[in-house]
Each structure stands twice: as C-alpha cells, then as structure tokens.
Write a protein that binds this ligand. Structure first.
Ligand code: FE2
Length: 281
C-alpha cells in the first residue's frame, strides 16, 4: 500500500481505494476501467474527488485564472489548418472539414507546489493506479514543465472541436459543473491504426455513428481517456460557470519533454521569455 495523507484527503477512498491495489474493490474497479477503455475508449469514475477537494481545487484554480493563456484555432479533426487543406480529397470529406475551437489553459509551471492538484498529481499511488488500469508498466508522469499538469478553462461560448488526440492516453479531472453544455462527445473506436475509417468519422460528425457517447462534465469526476482512435469533442459551454478540467499527462518514457516551439505555440510568448531568461526546463 502506498501511503499518502494528501491523497486520503482529496480522493473518495471509500468508494475508490486506489491507494491499495490489492483491495478486491480496487481490483474490480481496475477490471471495469479496462473493460470501458477497451469498449468505449474512456472510463468514468464519478465522485472520485471528495466535496472538500472539489471546493479546494476550485478556489486554488480561480487564483490562477488571470494567468490563463487564451487560445483559439480553426482546424480539422486531424489538426490540419485550413491553409493545409488537401483538395485531393472530395469536398465534404472529413479531411476537408474544419472546425473552430477556443479555450484557455494554465500551464504546469504556473501551478504552485502547495496546490492540491499538484500534490495529487505528484502522488505515486495515483500513478501506480493508472499504470495498472492502462497496463503500461512502468508509467511516468510527463516530465515537461509546461505540459505535465494543466488546467483547461472553457469559458461560456468556448468549445473544443472534433479531434483525435496525439497522445495515447490522458487523465481528466473535472473541477466544475457547467450550467449547461460542456459535454464530452466521443465517437468510440472510430478508426484503427491500419484503417482511418473516414465513413465512420463522417457519421460521428453528423451524429449518426452508433457508438456516439455523450457525458456531462460534473465536478469531482475523473475520466481516463484513450483518444487516439476515437474522435471526440467538447460541446459549447453555456451559462455562467466555466468548464475547468485538470489534465494530468503521463507517458511511457521517464523524461518526456516537448520542443520549445510547441510549448510557445500552446502557451504563448510568455514561454519564450521564460526560456530565454534561463528557465531550467
Ligand atoms: Fe482530446
């Protein structure tokens, strides 16, 4: 068993005793998560955080809100921009459909050491649990000082358009419950490594794909996601409450770092200034 007073405070351990991988409840939870990942590409653990943790993470995240980098883009589900449009595909083909996306993000280097989310992410017990669920052994926290732990902020009107993830897997912790909208819509396992299955991707876009799942964002919920084969989006956030999500990144490699150019693109010019000033990356 991995001891962690912090994790005990933040996680609903009675329902999810992730600190003890040998507990029969944890074993059946791991089995259920694997089954969900295999069948629908995501696993949802409702009420994973305690109400106290939700309240604390909300307060701590709000203190960072003025450091949110605002981003917007128009791109395809394959992350091409309109100037990269390949007209050899027929008109209306998924490769030629572009969507607007807008969001805010707080980079890892802005999340203080004493922030509850930072402590939760740093806890080895949580990494060990995800390692078991994902069957990636060993599993490492992402080593990039900008990308490892992020807080995504979708303000009212923001949405994340259809896309496939570059990374294999990601862990999301919902920190708020939007008044309406902000739902995760996922066309599960729409493609494989060998077959792009464009007909199914088109079905996802027009809403007729049979394995189209829709999940609301509810504060305290944890979602483990494999988004590389499943095109997904977050519907526009409505009302007054932003949709805030902690994004916990992991990797198969122990020292995974991203290039400076990618980080500047993701988080803005602040990153360039920080690197130029000798930030120890
Ligand atoms: Fe994604």
């Amino acid at each position: 068993m991995v001891e962690s007073p912090d994790a005990g405070r933040f996680i609903n351990l009675e329902r999810y005793p992730v600190h003890d991988l040998s507990d029969p409840l944890t074993r059946s939870l791991i089995a259920r998560c694997r089954q969900d990942l295999e069948g629908q590409a995501f696993a949802v653990l409702e009420d994973f955080l305690t109400p106290e943790a939700v309240a604390r993470f909300w307060d701590e995240s709000m203190t960072l809100s003025d450091q949110t980098a605002r981003r917007e883009a128009t791109r395809s589900a394959y992350l091409d921009t309109p100037d990269q449009e390949d007209t050899s595909w027929p008109e209306g083909h998924p490769r030629r459909q572009f969507f607007h996306t807008s969001w805010g993000v707080v980079a890892d280097d802005l999340v203080p050491e004493n922030h509850g989310l930072r402590r939760l992410y740093a806890w080895e017990g949580l990494t060990a649990f995800f390692s078991e669920v994902l069957q990636v052994r060993p599993l490492y926290r992402h080593a990039d000082r900008f990308q490892a732990l992020n807080i995504n902020v979708l303000s009212p009107g923001d949405e994340q358009a259809w896309h496939f993830d570059d990374m294999d897997f990601v862990v999301l912790l919902y920190l708020t419950t939007p008044d309406a909208g902000g739902e995760l819509e996922c066309a599960s396992l729409v493609r494989t490594d060998d077959d792009p299955c464009y007909d199914k991707v088109a079905q996802a876009f027009d809403g007729s794909y049979p394995k189209l799942h829709r999940r609301p964002s509810v504060a305290g919920t944890l979602t483990i996601m494999r988004g590389h084969h499943s095109v997904h989006r977050v519907t526009p956030v409505e009302g007054k409450t932003p949709r805030m999500t902690a994004v916990l990144a992991y990797d198969r490699a122990p020292n995974k770092r991203e290039g400076d150019a990618i980080n500047i693109q993701m988080y803005g010019e602040r990153i360039r200034e920080k690197i130029d000033a000798g930030f120890n990356h």
